[in-house]
Design a protein around this ligand. Sequence first.
Ligand code: TXA
Ligand code: MG
Length: 347
Amino acid sequence: MNTAVFCVHRDNPDPRAVKAAGAMLREGRLVAFPTETVYGLGANALDEAAVESIFRAKGRPQDNPLIVHIADAADARRYVRAVPEGAAALFKRFWPGPLTVVLPKSPAVPDIVSAGLDTVGLRMPSHPVALALIRAAGVPVAAPSANVSGRPSPTCAAHVLEDLDGKIDAVVDGGSCDIGVESTVVSLCEDEPVLLRPGRVTPEELISVLGSLRQDDAVTRETAPEAAPRAPGMKYRHYAPRARLILVRGSEQAARSRILAEARLAPGPVGVLCFDGEIDRYPGMTAISYGDRDDALSLAKRLFAALRALDQTGCRTVYARCPDDRGMGLAVYNRILKAAGFEVIDA
Ligand code: TXA
Ligand code: MG
């Protein structure tokens, strides 16, 4: 299949391109598009065959449910059994934006979207291209991140094509994503709200609206494969570069000494995923910075691109400096921990 590329302006996308891509979605085809978090691989959420083709194109396990994207918060009630007070408050405060809310689903959502669960994740993105496209499609859009399953999520159209060129009908190229890690996922299906995946919307912000929040164990710990995690996607290896990635926790000084020592024994070439200003402290290694250590948003924005770039250099072992896990840092920490398959060294 030939993958069409529609290049559009981020804030003012050409209505003809949006209309054409929207029609493709409505007709059951696969169209990747930018959101404020990462690129999504969209299909008409009401068309079972189209949704099935998402799983095929990504090589995604069948038991991992998809998020349904809408362009109007008022549409949420069509796809859930009810909108509880907490959910309404979250929509009001954080939509459009990088928050997915999981609620008991209505019969309108096909089982294949929710991977057989009786719940559905809903999100209204804020990216102007995503909103325009969903409106043009005239249907809710099921969209996982537009990467081959297990690979780092795509933060620009080139990443989408790297993984999916020839396997999907089109990509709408609206430039790079502002946030760079996927939406925060919160479930309101239990007695207490549960954080399933950290993102730009922080635990503190959720608590300010919901009053309380429990963090799912899978956010920072490896789940046993036989356990049934609340977010089924949590149990799979994620965001992984081809190299073996090892997270090194500790001060700059301690981490550097440890990395230099470990690197002598590791299968090479060896790479380092470091912070701004540290690149020349790792001589003889391919060092790539993923941002300012004191600015979680800058780390989030560049993390996945840096993981892909390290693969391009052919590194076999990569050591990564560990981000602070507070506030939005928790999202960066969670992604890099998963990319490392939970392999952590305390320096
Ligand atoms: O920012 C995002 O959320 C991006 C953009 C494209 O919107 N989408 C995204 O989708 O990250 P995906 O499929 O790559 O990740 C969705 C995560 C998975 O971990 C999945 O298991 C979880 O959300 N999820 C989806 N529906 C769920 C449900 N009903 N219950 C629990 N977890 C759910
Ligand atoms: Mg994903």
